[in-house]
Ligand binder design. Structure first.
Ligand SMILES: Nc1ncnc2c1ncn2[C@@H]1O[C@H](COP(=O)(O)OP(=O)(O)O)[C@@H](O)[C@H]1O
Ligand SMILES: [Mg+2]
Length: 247
């Protein structure tokens, strides 16, 4: 997605953006809090790129990354990340915008935990770190849980899922993730409603971004909006059955 992300030895170089200062402050806060599941900030290089530590392992969906064990570990990792952000100021300024929960923010959410933004240990295959905090921002715990489940349960029409997730039991995976995170009952009851709300919000946000051109316009032209619409329709059809796994 981001042009010009490269590895240099044991570092990664990425172009900076308006939210880089906020992201670096967050990564430093995580380091001070003892959270090991995120890159460290090394600084900015002579070309003006941000320099982060390279985290070894694998990203993307593979057989090992769609197991119940991996999903449970991811739920625990997201929980540990949210808990480690506590104490970080929840002001909205300085972050990249995006769709969000209507409720008051509780933590800094990652807000983009796609399979490409989770690092799995080589070999054993379990997730141990989160990368790419470009869309991080203050939000509720549940909003970030929903965003993560959108990709990992997944909350998506089977025609749009990666083959490895096409035939999984989504309801069982929602519950497994919520158990691993420790999502309280009141949030579980609101989860699918928030997922539906998020689909409508993301659709509007992406359409606006696409109108400005660049990578977002390409994603939109590639059917991103239609995939959101199909996911929302799929959720409507299956909502009662999925909800039964959460109550
Ligand atoms: N700190 C890092 N450690 C290891 N791999 C990384 C790191 N940062 C990025 N990568 C790799 O580069 C890919 C793209 O980088 P990312 O930061 O996610 O940018 P974007 O998704 O915007 O292109 C990631 O999916 C991952 O494979
Ligand atoms: Mg990424």
């Amino acid at each position: 997605m981001t042009d010009g992300v490269v590895r240099v030895g044991d570092t990664v170089r990425r172009p900076v953006s308006a939210s880089t200062p906020a992201v670096h402050a967050l990564l430093r806060h995580l380091e001070a809090a003892g959270f090991a599941g995120a890159p460290r900030v090394v600084g900015v290089d002579e070309l003006g790129r941000e320099v982060l530590t390279y985290l070894p392992g694998a990203t993307g969906l593979r057989l090992e990354s769609v197991t119940d064990e991996a999903l449970g570990r991811l739920g625990g990792l997201l929980r540990a990340f949210h808990d480690a952000t506590l104490g970080f100021p929840l002001t909205m300024e300085g972050w990249e915008g995006g769709s969000n929960d209507d409720q008051a923010p509780e933590v800094i959410g990652h807000c983009d935990l796609t399979p490409d933004n989770v690092i799995f240990r080589a070999g054993a295959g379990l997730p141990y770190a989160l990368i790419d905090f470009d869309l991080a921002r203050p939000t509720t715990r549940l909003f970030d849980v929903v965003t993560t489940l959108r990709h990992w349960a997944p909350i998506a029409d089977p025609v749009d899922r990666p083959p490895l997730l096409r035939n999984v039991d989504v309801g069982a995976r929602l519950r497994l993730f919520c158990d691993a995170y420790g999502v309280p009952a009141r949030d579980r009851r609101r989860l699918l409603e928030l997922a539906r709300f998020r689909f409508h919000r993301s659709y509007a946000v992406m359409r606006t971004r696409a109108a400005a051109g660049g990578n977002w316009a390409q994603m939109w032209a590639g059917g991103a909006g239609e995939r959101i619409r199909r996911a929302a329709a799929w959720l409507d059809v299956h909502e009662d059955e999925l909800h039964a796994h959460l109550v």
